[in-house]
Design a protein around this ligand. Structure first.
Ligand SMILES: Cc1cc2nc3c(=O)[nH]c(=O)nc-3n(C[C@H](O)[C@H](O)[C@H](O)COP(=O)(O)OP(=O)(O)OC[C@H]3O[C@@H](n4cnc5c(N)ncnc54)[C@H](O)[C@@H]3O)c2cc1C
Length: 435
C-alpha cells in the first residue's frame, strides 16, 4: 500500500551520488561491502550529495522533516505508533515488516495497562509508565477517529489478590509507597476483595485495589494503529530487514532482502528480534525473547469486572465474556510452542483466583515473545550511531508504553527535545536498578 503523496525512500528528493556503502554486522566484524555497482537502482545519479560528513544531514541542519524519510524496522505496536506520530509531523515514513504487522508480541499480549500493579518501586521507569497510562484515554479516542476501530480501552481497575499473609504484607507495602506518591491504591481484606469481585475465591486473604490500572484489547489496538498509520500516509512494505546500512559512521538506510533502501533516519522497532538486525549496534544478547503462554476462556455471563491478578498470574475479562489468562516467563529462544506444563500452570492460577472458571471452555491458546532486556528497561531514543533510533526492549509493558514511546521516539527523530529525560533508557546505560 503506498500513499499517493509518498515517494520511494530512495527517490529523487533524497537522491545521492553512488557512494560506497557498508552493511555492518552486529559486532562490527565481517562487514561485507556492497559494491558500488550493485547500487544503481537505489540511487539516482546526478543529484547533489545530501549525506556526507562535509554536508551534514537534513536532521543535523534541523531542516523540516517533511523533506526527509524515515524507515521503521518492525510493524508491531512500537513501529506503527512511531510511524503514526512521525507521519502526523510531516515525515515520510515506511514501515518494514517481515510478516503481518502486529502479529507478534503485540497481538500475543493481555493488554493490561497497569503501572501500579507491575511496579516494584518509584523511579524513572515507573514515571514513564504512569505518563503513558495517562495518555491512553485520549489515544483511544484519536485512534477511533482515525481508523474507525474502537480499541476497547476499559478503565476497569485492577485487583491484586493475596492468598497468604506473607503475600498480603507484600501487597500492603506496595499500597504504602504508592500512597506516599499520592496515587490511588486501597488495601482490602478478603471480605472487602469479594465485595468488589464476588466470584473471587473464598481462599483470598486480601488484596490491593488499583482503580487507575486499566486494560485495552491489544489485538484491536494493533488493528487501529496499523489502519491509523496507513490512513495518515505511512507506507507499509513487506520484507526482512537484514541489516542497517552505514555510511561514514552514520545509519543511512537498511538492507531489505538484499535491496538497499535509504533514509535520513532508521528506527529499530523489531521487538524480540532487534538484536538480530545486523549493524544496529545493539549487542547480540541485549534484547532476547521471553516466551509467554496464554489461555483464552469463554464465559457466558460476566464473572469478573476488573483485571484480577495474583503472585502467579492474571485474568483479564473482556467485555464480550472472554477471559484472557496468563502467563509464563520462559527463556527458550524463539520456540513459540504452547506446552502442557505452561497450560497447567496458567489454568491452576486461573481456578485459584476464580473457581467458577472451571466450567468455562478453553477457546484459544497461544504464545508470544516479550522483548526482554537485562535490566527490564526499554531502549528508547538515540541509538549507537547518528541516524539510528531505538524503540525496543519493552518486555512486559509494551502495550502500556506505546503512546509515550511513539511520542518520544518521534521527538528524537525530529530533533526535538524529548518531553521525558531518556537517559535511563539509553542503549549504553550502565546496569541501573529498575524503578
Ligand atoms: C504473553 C504476553 C503478554 C503480554 N502482556 C502485556 C500486557 O498485558 N501489557 C503490556 O503492556 N504489555 C504486554 N506484553 C508485552 C508487549 O506485548 C510487548 O512489549 C510489545 O508488544 C512489544 O511491541 P513491539 O512492537 O516492540 O514488538 P512486536 O509486537 O514483537 O513487533 C516487532 C515486529 O518486528 C518485526 N520484525 C522483527 N525483525 C524484523 C526484521 N528483521 N525485518 C522486518 N520486520 C521484523 C516482527 O515480525 C514483528 O511484527 C505481553 C507480551 C507477551 C508475549
Amino acid at each position: 500500500m503506498r500513499h499517493p503523496g509518498m515517494r520511494a525512500a530512495n527517490g529523487p528528493v533524497l537522491g545521492r551520488p553512488m557512494m560506497r556503502m557498508v552493511v555492518m554486522h552486529g559486532d562490527g566484524t565481517h562487514a561485507p561491502r556492497v559494491n558500488d555497482r550493485s547500487l544503481p537502482r537505489q540511487v539516482t545519479p546526478g543529484y547533489e550529495p545530501v549525506l556526507t560528513l562535509a554536508n551534514p544531514t537534513l536532521l543535523e541542519q534541523k531542516r523540516p522533516m517533511a523533506t526527509s524519510d524515515v524507515l521503521v524496522v518492525g510493524g508491531g505496536v512500537m513501529g506503527c505508533g512511531i510511524a503514526l506520530r512521525l507521519r502526523q509531523a510531516g515525515a515520510r515514513v515506511t514501515v518494514l515488516e517481515r510478516s503481518i504487522p502486529g502479529a507478534e508480541a503485540s497481538s500475543a499480549a493481555a493488554g493490561i495497562l497497569a503501572p501500579q500493579w507491575e511496579s516494584e518501586g518509584p523511579g524513572p521507569f515507573f514515571e514513564l509508565c504512569l505518563r503513558s497510562r495517562a495518555l491512553y484515554a485520549q489515544f483511544a479516542t484519536e485512534l477511533r477517529e482515525l481508523s474507525g476501530v474502537d480499541i476497547a480501552y476499559r478503565p476497569c481497575g485492577l485487583l491484586r489478590v493475596a492468598f497468604d499473609e506473607a503475600d498480603h504484607h507484600h501487597v500492603e507495602s506496595t499500597v504504602g509507597w504508592q500512597h506516599g506518591m499520592g496515587l490511588r491504591a486501597e488495601l482490602l481484606d478478603g471480605k472487602g476483595a469479594r465485595e468488589l469481585e464476588p466470584r473471587l475465591s473464598p481462599e483470598a486473604v486480601g488484596a490491593a485495589h488499583f482503580p487507575d490500572d486499566h486494560q485495552v484489547d491489544n489485538r484491536l489496538l494493533v488493528r487501529a494503529l496499523t489502519m491509523s498509520a496507513a490512513r495518515v500516509g505511512a507506507t507499509f512494505r513487506g520484507g526482512y530487514v537484514r541489516g542497517v546500512v552505514h555510511e561514514q559512521g552514520r545509519a543511512v538506510g537498511v538492507d531489505l532482502d538484499g535491496e538497499v533502501l535509504r533514509a535520513d533516519a532508521v528506527v529499530l522497532a523489531a521487538g524480540s528480534w532487534s538484536s538480530l538486525v545486523q549493524g544496529s549496534g545493539v549487542a547480540p544478547q541485549a534484547v532476547r525473547p521471553a516466551r509467554g503462554q496464554m489461555v483464552q476462556l469463554q464465559t457466558r455471563l460476566p464473572l469478573l469486572e476488573r483485571v484480577v491478578t495474583s503472585a502467579k498470574g492474571y485474568l483479564v475479562p473482556r467485555a464480550d465474556g472472554r477471559v484472557i489468562a496468563g502467563s509464563t516467563m520462559e527463556h527458550v529462544g524463539y520456540d513459540k510452542q504452547v506446552t502442557a506444563a505452561g497450560l497447567a500452570g496458567i489454568l491452576d492460577m486461573a481456578l485459584q483466583l476464580c473457581p467458577e472458571l472451571g466450567s468455562a471452555p478453553v477457546t484459544e491458546t497461544w504464545a508470544g515473545f516479550r522483548p526482554w532486556t537485562q535490566d527490564a528497561l526499554p531502549y528508547i531514543g538515540a541509538g549507537p550511531m547518528p541516524g539510528l533510533f531505538l524503540a525496543t526492549g519493552h518486555f512486559r509493558n509494551g502495550i502500556l508504553l506505546t503512546p509515550i514511546t511513539a511520542k518520544l521516539v518521534a521527538q528524537a527523530v525530529l530533533g526535538e527535545r524529548p518531553s521525558v529525560d531518556l537517559t535511563p533508557f539509553r542503549y549504553d546505560r550502565g546496569a541501573q536498578a529498575r524503578g
